[in-house]
Design a protein around this ligand. Structure first.
Ligand code: GTP
Ligand code: ZN
Length: 364
């Protein structure tokens, strides 16, 4: 049984006070939980009303036969018609969940979301729509060169992550083309986890480089047990990285990650399970230029800086915490040494994020 299943024991007949009924002892339909036999899976991609869902392997128990991990296709039950469901969502399913060719299960419930990432409003859509649910990690992918890394993009992605309550991680690819030291130094005072990924053989002019196993292992270890969303500008080597992390030699048992990709349309995010249990998933967001920050409350960004967060209790109401914000308590806090020696740089970095979040030239 998956740990996401609702505890139905409180509906157990034995725990319901017995009362005489001319209909017998079976509780009336309206008292019984709907779809008691529903199973839970995680949505990997959405395409024209069809949802691809990953069902984790279930261990054999005395009562149940045990099942293999599989992808199934489902549609929403009628009562779910107006519920938006996105990759990363946990849904409860009934009907044919065998995953066999041509079968279609029904989604009868959406489980509460831990987090949401919204796509920022753009030319095609005036609204910020949820594109990924339940991610706890945001992998921001940039190249050391070709294309040149842009700190404005990284900063805004970080703010979007903080705003959503998600941990940002920076992943720098193509380290053979340029030394990333300077870029890394830019984030010295931000407690940002940083991974570098380079090709195994930097001198080869192979068009599809084989990435260094040690780099991949380090990132793989960080991804284990997490639902991670991936964002990056075009051409940074995201596909190369994804293939290396999920490709044939690292395949998740018999689960064909290529199948998931094959069904994929570029307008939706795509989740790729990294383990049989379905507890690790990487959700790529191709074609998404930036995550929405809507009207990010500056306080949420400051909250991500533990050493500074306390100070703003003394800020004037509506303080934006920027350098030109009159009476901002952060200056005095840092001057008094409450944020330690690195305080001034930490504050400068925080303010850079707060300022850069307002810019809009994300990709291209
Ligand atoms: N020099 C170098 N080239 C790399 C590296 N990783 C990927 N590339 C190359 O960079 C180019 C772009 O890689 P992709 O993986 O297609 O990049 P992407 O981010 O998926 O790009 P889009 O499909 O446009 O979103 C390809 O020619 C890759 O072979 C690397 O570590 N070093
Ligand atoms: Zn302030």
């Amino acid at each position: 049984m998956s740990r996401y299943r609702i505890d139905y024991s409180r509906y157990d007949e034995s725990s319901v006070p017995k009362r005489p009924s001319k209909h017998g002892t079976r509780p009336r339909t309206k008292d019984r939980p709907a779809h008691e036999d529903a199973i839970t899976g995680r949505v990997t991609t959405v395409d024209r009303g069809r949802y691809t869902i990953y069902l984790a392997a279930q261990r054999k128990t005395k009562k149940t036969p045990g099942t293999k991990a599989r992808y199934i296709t489902a549609m929403r039950a009628r009562e779910m018609r107006n519920t938006s469901i996105v990759p990363g969502d946990l849904v409860d399913l009934v009907g044919d969940t065998s995953g066999e060719e041509g079968t279609l299960a029904r989604i009868v419930r959406l489980q509460p979301r831990e987090t949401v990432l919204r796509r920022s409003a753009d030319d095609t859509d005036a609204y910020e729509r949820v594109v990924v649910a339940n991610a706890d990690t945001l992998i921001i992918v940039v190249a050391a060169a070709n294309p040149e890394p842009r700190t404005g993009f990284i900063d805004r992605a970080m703010v979007a992550a903080f705003d959503a309550g998600i941990t940002p991680v920076l992943c720098i690819t193509k380290t053979d083309l340029a030394d990333p030291t300077e870029l890394i130094a830019h984030y010295n005072h931000l407690d940002l986890e940083i991974f570098t990924i380079g090709p195994l053989n930097p001198d080869s002019d192979d068009v599809s480089p084989i990435l260094r196993p040690a780099d991949l292992d380090a990132l793989q270890e960080r991804l284990a047990g997490h639902i991670s969303a991936l964002i990056g500008p075009s051409g940074v080597g995201k596909s190369t990285l994804l293939n290396a992390l999920t490709g044939a030699d690292r395949a998740v048992g018999h689960v064909n990650v290529v199948t998931g990709r094959g069904r994929h349309t570029s307008s939706s995010a795509l989740g790729i399970p990294l383990n049989q249990a379905g507890t690790s998933m990487l959700i790529d967001t191709p074609g998404i230029r930036s995550f929405g920050m809507g009207l990010v409350d500056p306080d949420t960004v400051v909250a991500a800086f533990e050493d500074l967060a306390e100070a703003i209790a003394n800020c004037p109401r509506g303080c934006t915490h920027t350098a030109d914000s009159p009476g901002c308590a952060l200056d005095a806090w840092v001057a008094a040494g409450h944020a330690g020696e690195a305080g001034p740089q930490r504050l400068a970095s925080l303010r850079r994020l707060l300022t850069n979040r307002l810019e809009t030239d994300d990709f291209e």
